[in-house]
Each structure stands twice: as C-alpha cells, then as structure tokens.
Design a binder for this molecule. Structure first.
Ligand code: PMP
Length: 398
C-alpha cells in the first residue's frame, strides 16, 4: 500500500450527498436569483440582543459555562414553557442548552436509540432526522403525510397519517419524531392531534422527540400545541427548540432540549462528550433578552404580516397556494401554471425557476427519501418586504 495514500473505510452515511439547500443556494448565487430557498431571515436581529451579548463578552463571561447551560438561561426557559404551555420543567434536572436544534436532535437520538431500534418519522421530514437515526444504528420507519387534493387534482392540504402511524408502531419502536409547526408544509398540530398521539403510544414504550423550533410562528390567533402542554406526552418526550428561529439569529446555533429527568440524564451523558458546552456570551445575551416575553410574543404578528403580504402577491399568479397556519414557509402547487415547465419534476422546476425567473425555492420532494412528486415547492418568507416585493414581481411574470 502506498504510505502517502489515505486508507479507505466504509462510510457511516453512504446515502448522504450535498443537500438540496446547498445546491439551490449555490445556483441562486450564481444566477443572482432572489433566494427564497433556504430558511433564514435576510434582515438583522434586534440590536439590543447584540448589545447584551457584547456586554457579556466585555464582562469577561468568556470561559466554559456549566455543561448543561447557564442557570439564568435555563430558568428563563423553564418560566417561558410554564407560562405558555403550563408544564413545569425543572431548570436543573430537565433543561439542557444545545448548539442549536440540530445538535439537540442528534444528541437525543444517540441517547436513546440502540442498534436495531426502530424510529418513526413522518415525511416530508426535516433532513437531519434520517442521518441522526443512522448514526445511532437505528432503523428509520417512514410514514407519509396524507396529501389531500382538490377536485382538479391539485394539492390542497396535508393530514397526519394516523392509520399508517398506528400500523408502524410495534415493540421495536424506540422513538417517534414529530415536528410542529412543520417544515416544509407549514401544517400545525392541534390539541386533538396530541390526544390521538397519546392514545397511540399509551401502552407502548415508544418515546417522542418533538421538534418545535417554529413554536412561535403560528398564525390567525391559533396557539401552538406543544408536547409540554400534554402531561402524558411530556412524560415521554424530548422537546426541541431553537433561539435561531425565534430571534432571527440562525447563525448563532443556540437551542435547548427540555425532557423529564430520566431522559435528560441520558441526554446529558451524550451531550457532555458531543459538545460539552455551548458558547457562554450568547447564553448570557439570550437569557437577558428572553426575560422580556414581548420578544417572542410579538413574533406571530410580525411573521403573519409577512405571510399575508407574500400570499397577497402570490394570489396574483397562477400558483395554487397551500394553507400556511405556521412556520415561515409558503408552499405552492405549480401544476396550475399554464406553461410547459409546470410538467417538470419539483427539482427541475426549482432549478428552472432559479435560473430563468430569478427566484430560488426548495422542492418538497427533497424532504422524502424516495422521491415523491406532488408538484409542490416551498418558499421562505422570512425576508425583508423589499426582497419579497422583488421576488413577487418576478413570479408575477409567470
Ligand atoms: N428542525 C427543523 C424542522 C428546522 O427547520 C431546523 C432549521 N432549519 C432545525 C430543526 C434546526 O435548527 P438549528 O438551526 O437551531 O439547528
């Protein structure tokens, strides 16, 4: 063997390739398209939040924080969850600060899934779930949201596939991953959905991972229904959230996991040797900012205005709009466009839209393992009004 050659080894994630988000963002940059693909705001966060982080740095809060996160931030989270969802998570025993939602998800999966265990996900699904399960040696069992179509065959909405979910649960089911509000479809679970899930898992040993990173983006006066609001589910759930989404700081990668002590104990064993701690000044800045509830209570109105503005503009096009009760994503069915491109696959349609129309979007088919074409693409409306206006002008030419 050539001693200068890197030895080969079997990939732990042979299926994983460059994600569609990276591909579409690169294409958008190359063609100077308006990027409504990847989900991040193009407007700044509150200067006050930055000032709080700066103040923490200048106060020399720059060394390792406690492994589980600083007490001020964990206390603030405990208080917030109690106020909003009525459940008490003990700040010391139940709450851990993570490096964003993604680390929380991976760590929770590694903490409870053993080789051979089954983990149920509901597709279309956020792209980190599958690789997390694979790294734990678990087996992904996917069920798909039911696609509801209107009288002319266009996608109208999505429904939770209760029968498929019930059939998928068996003694090997270690974990069920749910996501509400849901990326990419924007659908939200209601109280009856949580009750139904609780009924399904009642006499099983299945745990739940509830990805609620969009918890503060629910519209039209509706409430977010967290697993924390459901005592039976809370007793078996990892609740995941992220400050990146709530405070327009996706690049900071700070989030948290709330879970009962037995789950948190195992979670922290993995967390400790995964990241150990999450950066200190961000935690102090976020703790101080979180103490003013207005900062998250104002979020639904802020994003609802953007959603309504974007939907009003899209209603001038031939795209069929899907409902958006939550998240900062708007899905549309493009099969209604009277152009030859309306017959393209979702990936090809998105590539064409980026290169020829100048607006980048994400194909919903990318959120399924087996390509599932439904003629639906996802736009992100977490953008300045001017960005949305410019994108709408281009889309209205279709
Ligand atoms: N879950 C979902 C459904 C998401 O959309 C995202 C972010 N795109 C995350 C988790 C990860 O959040 P973070 O950036 O805090 O890791």
């Amino acid at each position: 063997m050539n001693p200068l050659e890197t030895p080969s080894f079997p990939s732990r994630l042979p299926q994983v390739e460059t994600t569609i988000f990276t591909i579409m963002s690169a294409l958008a940059a190359k063609h100077e398209a308006i990027n409504l693909g990847q989900g991040f705001p193009d407007f700044p966060c509150d200067r006050k939040l930055i000032a709080e982080v700066n103040a923490a740095m200048l106060a020399d809060r720059n060394q390792y924080p406690p492994m589980i996160g600083i007490a001020e931030l964990r206390n603030g989270i405990s208080q917030k969850i109690k106020n909003l969802y009525g459940h008490h998570y003990d700040a010391d025993a139940d709450i851990t600060i993570t490096a964003g939602g993604t680390q929380g998800i991976l760590t929770a999966v590694l903490a409870c899934v053993s080789p051979g265990d089954e983990v149920i996900i509901i597709e279309p699904a956020y792209d980190s779930y599958r690789p997390s399960i694979a790294l734990a040696g678990g087996k992904t069992i996917s069920v798909s949201l039911n696609v509801v179509r209107d009288e002319i065959g266009q996608v109208a909405s999505y429904q939770i596939p209760w029968d498929a979910l019930a059939n998928a649960i068996n003694p090997k089911t270690r974990l069920i991953i749910i996501n509400t509000p849901h990326n990419p479809t924007g659908m939200v679970w209601d109280k009856a959905d949580l009750d139904r899930l609780a009924n399904l898992v009642r006499n099983t040993s299945a745990l739940i991972l509830s990805d609620e990173v969009y918890e503060h983006m629910v519209y039209d006066g509706a409430q977010h229904h967290s697993v924390a609001s459901h005592p039976e589910l809370a007793a078996r759930s990892f609740l995941i959230s992220s400050f990146g989404k709530t405070y327009h700081v996706t690049g900071w990668k700070v989030g948290y996991v709330a879970a009962p002590p037995a789950l948190t104990k195992e979670f922290r064993k993995v967390h400790q040797f995964n990241v150990f701690t999450v950066n200190t000044p961000m935690q102090y800045g976020l703790a101080s900012y979180l103490s003013d509830a207005e900062h998250y209570l104002n979020l639904p109105a802020f994003y609802q205005a953007k959603r309504d503005f974007f939907r009003a503009g899209l209603s001038q096009t031939k795209f069929k709009l899907l409902p958006t009760p939550g998240t900062y994503f708007q899905c549309v069915d493009y099969s209604s466009l009277n152009i030859p491109q309306s017959k393209l696959s979702e990936v090809d349609f998105c590539k064409w839209l980026t290169t020829e129309v100048g607006v980048a979007a994400i194909p919903v088919s990318a959120f399924y393992e087996q390509i599932t074409e439904s003629g639906v693409i996802r736009f992100c409306f977490a953008k300045q009004d001017q960005t949305l206006t410019n994108a709408l002008q281009r889309l209205q030419t279709l």
